[in-house]
Write a protein that binds this ligand. Structure first.
Ligand SMILES: NC(=O)C1=CN([C@@H]2O[C@H](COP(=O)(O)OP(=O)(O)OC[C@H]3O[C@@H](n4cnc5c(N)ncnc54)[C@H](O)[C@@H]3O)[C@@H](O)[C@H]2O)C=CC1
Ligand SMILES: O=C(O)[C@@H]1CCC=N1
Length: 281
């Protein structure tokens, strides 16, 4: 296992906490081997008390001795953080970035370090049910690939992709995915309220419908399960589902989703190229 290795988190926010709590829950390493570094003393103390980890306000000091340096600051802060840390990361350390859009080339260029794993988790990582897609630069050793796989598997499932472009695609699909799911759920709840249900009842109906649908999908035999077949089961000829689906398709439901996810993919690629925020078309 990876016991004994030191891991430093640069940017101790929501995602860093999800990762470190998963790592500790799985017993991958001891709390004294985990360090966090961020500018907010209150936040540092909060995590220090909760998990018994060490905290720093100086990123360079925090990273100096670490075997794994996790980059978990917001994309807009990354460049400055990398430039400030240049020359302060152990040359043999694995740098594991979860920063949306930040390409391996960009990290290497700004940090002067080429042992990089780029990963894209999502927020259900906070309850150990995330899904993370990751890739690695050629300088990452086999042992470090195993570290990365073990660390990323501590807060959900992980999928390795050889081509880095899939990281931008995963950012759009699964990294950003919870935002689409919650928006869809909100819209359904609002429709329920529109028809006269109390908000509480509408929320319950929507949440249990989603949970039940996913569980039902999961129970189907792997070789025969198919989303369209499950949808067809609900859709009787001339019935309510057919009527509703007609209106969803007429409104361009699938195209809207596909275009939105494509736009998120392009946005992730733009972030990697230091592009300014651009207005939507
Ligand atoms: N929230 C999400 O759904 C996902 C986010 N990500 C990526 O994870 C990264 C972190 O996101 P969150 O945890 O949601 O953000 P967050 O805002 O909760 O965490 C960022 C942390 O960085 C700290 N910070 C700010 N400036 C710093 C500096 N100069 N040095 C060190 N720390 C500094 C902040 O105080 C904060 O604690 C982002 O790059 C994001 O793209 C990846 C997957 C999913
Ligand atoms: O919107 C964002 O920047 C983040 C990155 C992945 C999910 N949400």
């Amino acid at each position: 296992m990876i016991n004994g290795i030191t891991i430093t988190f640069i940017g101790p926010g929501v995602m860093a906490e999800a990762m470190l709590s998963g790592i500790l829950k799985k017993g991958l390493t001891k709390p004294q081997n985990i360090q966090i570094s961020g500018p907010l003393v209150d936040r540092n103390e909060e995590l220090q008390k909760k998990y018994n980890v060490r905290s720093f306000t100086n990123n360079c000091e925090a990273a100096a001795e670490a075997d794994v340096v996790v980059l978990s600051v917001k994309p807009q802060r990354l460049e400055k953080v990398l430039q400030e840390m240049k020359g302060h990361v152990n040359p043999n350390a694995l740098v594991l970035s979860i920063v949306a859009g930040a390409s391996i080339a960009k990290i290497t260029r700004n940090l002067g370090h080429d042992v990089i794993v780029r990963a894209m988790p999502n927020t259900p990582a906070q309850i150990g049910e995330g899904i993370t897609v990751w890739t690695a630069s050629p300088s990452v050793s086999e042992k470090q690939m195993e570290f990365a796989k073990t660390i990323l598997g501590a807060f959900g499932q992980e999928i390795y992709e050889e081509e880095e472009d899939f990281l931008d695609k995963a950012t759009a699909l699964s990294g950003t995915g919870p935002a689409y799911v919650y928006l869809f759920m909100e819209a359904m709840v609002d429709a329920g309220v529109h028809m006269g249900f109390s908000r509480r009842t509408a929320e319950r109906l929507v949440i249990e419908t989603l949970r039940g649908s996913v569980d039902y999908y999961d129970k189907e035999a792997e070789d025969t399960r198919h989303l369209a077949r499950l949808r067809n089961q609900v859709t009787s000829p001339g019935g309510t589902s057919a009527e509703a689906i007609y209106y969803l398709e007429k409104a361009g439901f699938r195209t809207a989703i596909s275009r939105a996810i494509w736009a998120a993919y392009q946005r992730s690629r733009d972030l990697g190229q230091d592009a300014e925020v651009h207005p939507p078309e």
